[in-house]
Design a protein around this ligand. Structure first.
Ligand SMILES: Cc1cc2nc3c(=O)[nH]c(=O)nc-3n(C[C@H](O)[C@H](O)[C@H](O)COP(=O)(O)OP(=O)(O)OC[C@H]3O[C@@H](n4cnc5c(N)ncnc54)[C@H](O)[C@@H]3O)c2cc1C
Length: 416
């Protein structure tokens, strides 16, 4: 039965939900404060990566994080603030950063990553490759023996999950990158990973949704809700009221801000990251690569090259700390010394906010406080990797169908 579904948020998650919901005949409206031309879902590294099966909150991260907090160029930083939400989030994060939780969380993460990887290929087949998707895998490159050991352990874990890896020496990596010099001890390739241009992906989705009749209510800010007992009747915005049979909140790093207006508290912090994009690079990489020692992500996107990184938990702001952006650039040039690309002016450095749940799992599911409310957020550093599966799962929930995978680990009330 067709339903009137309103989605708050026009990022990767909101648009993917709209895509699957419209496909099944629902009447869909997306309410978005911006105009779907920029934001976190546009400037990210573009990986669709089943290799990212380990959540951010993992053993060692807390001690490492504390050490890194002393450095202005470190790749992970929590700005100390007397903020009750941050303190609650940090306690939950520390509580989850242990082997037991990681072992519990890897299987559901692995399941949703694989579902999404397949669905992303299906989208490419449906739309034609309008978003520069390349299915060549992704490298984890390392310089130190310690990082190499860590990557070998991860490769073993991957094998337990049935994920193929290929291990290469530094020379072999160099042979696979004929256009640029690569300084690395070696690398692990995850052939199942793929990458694409997230801006092109977003534009493809936006154009498609407009064409098939999804109402994109842009430049419109959600300011409240009209409720009738345990039903959200309508969404109130600065441009008027929108009625709904079902409501999906997919407002990224603003998830807690929006749910608060419904009396729902969600543990989530924004994790800021930066990227720098070079267009029409003469000699480009053939493979995307995570430079593990430096925590830098390199992605060739057709003729363009993007480098990104840094995780700054410093609230909701877009400020660029130039030293951290420089650390991304110097990390990249330490692996690829002859890239011949200059460090850009600060206005060319993009920043975006990853929505971080404390345990590294997304929130996907109904909330028991209302009969017609679904939350879809907290996708952290894998929102592109998981958007297709999230959209499909949300459509299945709204259609009262069995879900493609077990979603209990993504319970939106798991911190209550
Ligand atoms: C440097 C960097 C690199 C990354 N690399 C990758 C990668 O390689 N692979 C990967 O899978 N992921 C990656 N990510 C993560 C990914 O970009 C995010 O997980 C994803 O974009 C989150 O999508 P979203 O739709 O939840 O949020 P968003 O894209 O932030 O969308 C939420 C939308 O909600 C809107 N909104 C909020 N409040 C309101 C309101 N009150 N009214 C109306 N609208 C509202 C906002 O305007 C926004 O457009 C990276 C992120 C960063 C920062």
């Amino acid at each position: 039965m067709s339903k009137k579904v309103t989605i708050i948020g026009g990022g990767l998650i909101g648009l993917s939900c709209a895509y699957y919901l419209q496909k099944e005949g629902n009447e869909v409206t997306v309410i978005e404060r911006g105009d779907i031309t920029s934001g976190t879902s546009f400037g990210n590294a573009g990986y669709v990566s089943p290799s990212h099966f380990t959540p951010l909150a993992s053993p060692g991260i807390v001690a490492q994080g504390l050490r890194w907090m002393l450095s202005s160029t470190s790749p992970f930083y929590i700005k100390p603030r007397l903020n009750a939400d941050l303190i609650r989030w940090m306690f939950a994060f520390w509580g989850k950063a242990n082997r037991k939780t990681v072992e519990e969380n890897i299987p559901p993460l692995n399941n949703i990553l694989h579902l999404s990887r397949q669905l992303t290929s299906d989208m490419k087949n449906e739309f034609g490759n309008q978003f520069r998707m390349a299915e060549v895998g992704c490298f984890m490159l390392y310089k130190s023996a310690e990082t190499e050991k860590h990557e070998m352990e991860l490769a073993k874990e991957a094998a337990h999950l049935g994920i193929e890896t290929k291990i290469f020496t530094g020379q072999q990596v160099q042979d696979m990158e004929p256009e640029v010099e690569v300084v690395t001890k070696g690398g692990v390739l995850y052939p199942i990973d793929c990458h694409l241009h997230p801006g092109d992906f977003m534009r493809t989705l936006k154009t498609h949704l407009q064409k098939v009749g999804v109402k994109l209510q842009l430049n419109t800010e959600v300011t409240g809700f009209e409720k009738n007992g345990s039903v959200v009747k309508s969404v109130i915005t600065d441009k008027g009221k929108f009625d709904c049979d079902e409501l999906v909140i997919a407002s990224g790093s603003w998830l807690p801000v929006v749910t608060k207006q419904l009396g729902i508290h969600i543990l989530l912090q924004a994790g800021k990251g930066y990227s720098i994009t070079y267009e029409n690079v003469e000699k480009n990489l053939h493979y995307p690569a995570i430079l593990v020692d430096k925590r830098v992500a390199m992605t060739p996107m057709g003729k363009d090259l993007r480098m990104g990184g840094t995780m700054e938990i410093s609230g909701i702001n877009k400020n660029v700390l130039i030293k951290r952006a420089q650390a991304i650039y110097s990390g990249a040039t330490s692996y690829y010394p002859n890239l011949n690309l200059a460090f850009p002016s600060v206005d060319k450095i993009w920043s975006g906010l990853r929505p971080l749940a404390p345990d590294g799992l997304p929130y996907i599911g109904r909330h028991s406080k209302y009969n017609n409310l679904i939350l879809a957020g907290g996708h952290a550093m894998i929102g592109l990797s998981l958007c297709a599966a999230t959209g499909k799962l949300v459509e299945e929930m709204i259609g009262n169908k069995p879900t493609s995978i077990d979603v209990s680990a993504f319970n939106v009330e798991r911190y209550n």
